[in-house]
Design a binder for this molecule. Structure first.
Ligand code: NAI
Length: 469
């Protein structure tokens, strides 16, 4: 049986389903092919479930640490299986919602694995092994990414877990080693440390979250250390074996090659993700990914092959859901022939949901320095902010970075409570080419955490208000 569509989107994650909705709204007869659940990694086994567990673990920890506020929670306990079930309820509801959205926009959904079978043709293999041919005018690759595997550390989801396995645990492990001190390693490290797991983070580089300015990472690292997290920096995992009592004897080496044994219940591997560009039959349409497996695209998300577009993790960093969605909208507009469709990298907020949260928009300071860009900065510490004190969350700071000459904001960085929410206003400021003075002249509600941005903007203009020069 064969069917014909104007546009086919392979992958129903935040890139693919958004692209499909827009395609249908532009009048295209559209199909989404998804082999698993709608919503992709982000909704089902990534952003949303991790944020649910981050929230639950914070509620637990806040109650446990509430003595200073007169809260006595000595008998507090967590039923982790119920926490995970609550999280699964949220992802189920959201995934169902996407199904409704697609249906409401008259987008067809086919469950199965798609492979190109020559130009303009796809073959979809369904779970029962049957195959269906789909003809299309335009196709969008939105196939996402998969956790990288370290040789010798095969994911069995019992001893060696990827993030999906870690988010599905039914009980709190007594101990866990996390390979990789990047975004996933620190976010999930926080979750398990907060609910009582003894966490060791093994990071190959000399620092955590290496792409961030170091002063943004420092408050996170020290809060983790206070929770008892051990950071083995400059260490690499080399092998593991099972102990007599079923634990994992993990062997890591330092830079000099000296071995250290870490015995834990679970090992979570979070050393990055690779693009899903294999087994798609790309050779049948003459599309060759780059050496790292990424599909190269132009500003309209076009690949080198006419009528084939690509969006999201499969086209490269940053691997972020909101970047994928934005690219999906651009691809849909390009396919529909709308003038002016173009992906702009200027404002892609980056949020790390650690405690405190880190949120940035625009380049890092070290990147600006390396590029020889002349900037002025203003910074304000949450410790001096009334609202932060009342929220019992005084770690961190906000920093506004502005062009030295024009005052136009180049970037904003926040490490502190609710940084993930505060960064939205900063993104708008950069997008609108606002100056530090514009933010300083904007009346902010008091008392709010957003005043950290206001005060940092005042400082960037050279006229700090609630801090001494
Ligand atoms: P990552 O790239 O953030 O961090 C991986 C870390 O592992 C790096 O620091 C690297 O030096 C280290 N590493 C690599 N090989 C190692 C080894 N053999 N032993 C020890 N350390 C090693 O990757 P991660 O955390 O896996 O996240 C993958 C992607 O998922 C990220 O690129 C991010 O885009 C996305 N993500 C985004 C989130 C957010 O926006 N809040 C949350 C979670 C993931």
């Amino acid at each position: 049986m064969a069917s014909t569509y104007d546009a086919v989107v392979i992958g129903g994650g935040p890139g693919g389903y958004v692209c499909a909705i827009r395609l249908a709204q532009h009048g295209k007869k559209t199909l989404v092919v998804e082999r698993d659940k709608l919503g992709g990694v982000c909704l089902n086994v990534g952003c949303i479930p991790s944020k649910a567990l981050i929230h639950a673990s914070k509620v637990y920890r806040k109650a446990k640490d509430g003595a200073a506020m007169g809260i006595d929670a000595r008998d507090l306990r967590i039923d982790f299986a119920r926490t995970v079930a609550w999280k699964d309820g949220i992802t189920g509801k959201l995934s169902g919602g996407i199904g409704q959205l697609l249906k409401g926009n008259k987008v067809d959904v086919m469950v199965g694995s798609a492979r190109f079978d020559g130009p303009g043709r796809l073959r979809v293999t369904k779970a029962d092994g049957t195959e269906q041919t789909v003809h299309f005018a335009d196709a969008v690759l939105a196939t996402g990414s998969t956790p990288i595997q370290i040789p010798g550390f095969v994911y069995d989801q019992v001893h060696i877990l990827d993030s999906t396995g870690a988010l599905a645990l039914q009980a709190v492990p007594e101990s866990m080693a996390i390979l990789g001190g990047g975004v996933i390693g620190l976010e999930l490290g926080d979750v398990f440390a907060r609910i009582g797991t003894c966490v060791t983070v093994v990071e190959a580089l000399d620092r955590l979250l290496a792409s961030m300015d170091p002063d943004l990472v420092r408050p996170v690292q020290s809060k983790q250390a206070k929770l008892g997290v051990q950071h083995l920096l400059g260490h690499k995992a080399v092998r593991w074996s099972k102990t007599a009592d079923g634990k994992v004897d993990l062997v890591v080496t330092d830079k000099a090659g000296a071995e250290v044994h870490v015995v834990v219940d679970k090992v979570l591997v979070a050393v990055g993700r690779r693009p899903n560009s294999k087994d798609l039959g790309l050779e049948t349409i003459g599309l060759q990914p780059d050496a790292k497996g990424f599909v190269v695209v132009d500003k309209q998300q076009r690949t080198a092959v006419p009528h084939v577009y690509a969006i999201g993790d499969v086209v490269g960093q940053p691997m972020l859901a909101h970047k994928a969605s934005a690219e999906g909208e651009v691809a849909a507009e390009a396919i529909a022939g709308k003038p002016g469709a173009s992906f702009d990298h200027l404002v892609i907020p980056n949020v790390v949901y650690t405690d405190p949260e880190i949120a940035t928009v625009g380049p890092m300071l070290y990147e600006l320095e390396a590029a020889g860009r002349k900037v002025k900065t203003g910074r304000f510490h949450f410790a001096a902010l009334g609202r932060a004190m009342t929220a019992h969350a005084t770690e961190g700071f906000a920093r506004v970075i502005a062009d030295e000459k024009t005052g136009v904001i180049v970037g904003v960085q926040v490490v502190g409570a609710e940084a993930s929410e505060l960064i939205a206003a900063a993104g708008l400021a950069v997008e609108m080419a606002a100056t530090a003075q514009d933010i300083a002249l904007t009346i902010h509600a008091h008392p709010t955490l957003a005043e950290a941005l206001l005060e940092a903007a005042h400082a960037a203009t050279g006229h700090p208000l609630h801090q001494i020069k």
